[in-house]
Design a binder for this molecule. Structure first.
Ligand code: NAI
Ligand code: OAA
Length: 280
């Protein structure tokens, strides 16, 4: 049996209307997958900064979808996939959460500066979903967190072009364009990285939210001129298990973003209606 056969929807539930906010590397790939068919889901609207450019990027889809401002998405969808610059999260998420709907958040770092969104979800029966994204092992980390986790450490290594322009580098006058060997550019916490690297280290915030939080998780970031892939290693010590996992992400059309990020969202949407779900 193929994976897609195992994951095919049952057909007994109403279709979930899915909107995509942001039509960059992640958004376009998710839109294409929904257009090709994810059982139980249909793409009903898209939001983009440049609406004409978005219509061009969507021209190859088999079914046209409206391109609307983010304020109009809530009326058109049950679930929204946020894949925009982090600063836009509250404007997008609030109406969905107030209506008891689901917001899939890729800009996970923005949740730390907008924790009121979690309260809004709680009050109205909505849900914020942080997909596994470009990282791995969050299933094991959430399981270990049901017991006691002693420590979580993450080491990220990225090619130079996946890091240049990050606010932390700019404000600390750290120039990495001409480095010839790996340089550790940051040692701190995901809470600090969410501010200093808002477009590069959402994965560390996802890990922190799954485990021991954004202040106790230890994070190192390295710029490595020899790398072509974004690599992340996680080391966990818990009373249930010790484990370490690592991933080498092939960059998408956006060099900061691994290709697997969009696939993680598609896998999540497919699981919503699948008769067999694997992983917690
Ligand atoms: N959680 C995770 O594992 C990962 C999260 N990310 C994050 O996911 C988000 C999306 O990543 P990418 O698709 O690579 O980014 P991208 O830069 O390729 O795309 C973002 C899109 O948002 C659009 N946009 C900007 N302002 C907008 C507005 N007002 N309304 C609608 N659209 C607007 C931009 O035009 C752009 O097309 C980023 O915040 C990124 O940091 C990326 C990789 C991994
Ligand atoms: O794709 C990656 O390696 C991770 C990333 O950009 C992020 O966490 O925002």
């Amino acid at each position: 049996m193929t994976t897609s056969a195992l994951n095919a929807g049952t057909g007994h539930r109403p279709l979930r209307r899915v909107a995509i906010a942001g039509l960059g590397a992640v958004g376009l790939r998710v839109a294409e997958a929904l257009d090709e068919g994810v059982p139980g889901c249909e793409l009903t609207a898209v939001s983009a900064q440049d609406r004409d450019r978005a219509r061009e990027r969507l021209a190859h889809l088999s079914r046209p979808v409206p391109v609307v401002p983010i304020e109009e998405l809530e009326g058109l969808a049950d679930i929204v996939v946020e894949c925009m610059p982090a600063a836009l999260l509250p404007d997008l998420a609030e109406p969905f959460l107030r209506a008891g709907k689901t917001v899939i958040v890729l800009s996970a770092g923005a949740i730390l500066s907008h924790e009121e969104l979690i309260e809004l979800a709680r009050a109205h029966g909505g849900q914020i979903v942080v997909p596994t994204g470009a990282i791995l092992g969050l299933d094991a980390v959430t399981a270990a967190a049901e017991g006691t986790i002693r420590s979580v450490r993450m080491i990220t290594r990225k090619p130079v072009r996946g890091l240049v322009g990050a606010p932390y580098l700019v404000s600390n006058n750290i120039a990495i364009e001409d480095i010839t060997e790996p340089v550790r550019i940051f040692s701190g916490t995901p809470r600090e990285a969410a501010i200093g690297f808002p477009a590069n280290l959402n994965v560390s915030v996802a890990l922190a939210l799954a485990g021991i939080g954004p202040d106790r998780t230890a994070l190192e970031i390295w710029a490595d001129p020899a790398l072509t892939r974004n690599t992340h290693r996680i080391e966990v010590e818990a009373d249930s298990a010790s484990f370490s996992v690592s991933i080498e992400n092939i960059p998408s059309e956006n060099p900061k973003t691994g290709r697997i990020t969009a696939l993680s969202v598609i896998a999540y949407l497919r699981k919503l209606s699948a008769p067999l779900r694997v992983g917690s």
